[in-house]
Design a protein around this ligand. Structure first.
Ligand SMILES: Cc1cc2nc3c(=O)[nH]c(=O)nc-3n(C[C@H](O)[C@H](O)[C@H](O)COP(=O)(O)O)c2cc1C
Length: 198
């Protein structure tokens, strides 16, 4: 018995602890911007992406407008019965990260590159920012995604970023790679980046 206990102890010490990898984002600047009516009037989908990277401040603001928490502790979008049951992931070539609005931070959930599961169109791999929206199947999840992606479109319009919401993705592969529990599913993908002329 003592021998078994010692073996288990040795194994536990030998195994690397899976410390969660997290990234805290710079606080969003929540003043200023383009007049709302002008942003709505100028909103459009853009599929032209240059190699210019998107800085962390801009990335954080994209995530915040989609699914962040405002200064009154409310989400930036409404959710049915205030369930707040949408998940927002950022996919990068190094893996995927889950966005946490309460802490305005990203938590790594996989080292797998999920971008290939989103690339049914040639322009997609050129985009530096990839948002993946996941919902609970039997709720009003699609409405929540719609609110979030529209906020992102309006922010992108103000900043001059190319942005497009996309449904041409491999949903079963993404669900599997993100290890989503039963009842949850990926809904849409939204990619952003600076256009060539910016
Ligand atoms: C639910 C949804 C799915 C979409 N899927 C794609 C897509 O897979 N690929 C794409 O290039 N655009 C996609 N779009 C963008 C539409 O093609 C675009 O909004 C439409 O052509 C109108 O253009 P606009 O956004 O510039 O007004 C999608 C839009 C929505 C709302």
């Amino acid at each position: 018995m003592k021998k078994l206990f010692l073996s288990l102890l040795t194994l536990a010490v030998a195994l690397p602890s899976q410390a969660a990898e997290t990234r805290t984002l710079p606080a969003p600047v929540i003043t200023g911007g383009m007049p709302l009516m002008e942003a709505i009037n100028a909103r459009q989908s853009g599929r032209d992406f240059s190699a210019r990277p998107v800085d962390d401040q801009t990335l954080g603001e994209i995530l915040w407008v989609a699914w962040g928490q405002n200064t009154r502790g409310k989400r930036t979008i409404a959710t049915a019965r205030n369930l707040q049951n949408m998940q927002l992931y950022l996919a990068t070539p190094e893996g995927a990260w889950k966005y946490h609005g309460a802490t305005h931070s990203l938590e790594k959930v996989t080292d797998e590159n999920l971008i290939p599961y989103c690339t049914k169109q040639d322009f997609v791999p050129k985009a530096p920012v990839h948002l993946i929206y996941a919902i609970e199947d039997n709720t009003r999840g699609h409405n929540h995604v719609g609110s979030a992606y529209q906020n992102v479109y309006l922010y992108a319009t103000w900043k001059g970023l190319s942005c497009v919401i996309r449904g041409m993705i491999d949903i079963p592969a993404l669900n599997k790679a993100l290890r989503l529990p039963e009842g949850q599913t990926v809904a849409l993908h939204q990619c952003l980046g600076w256009p060539e002329n910016k």
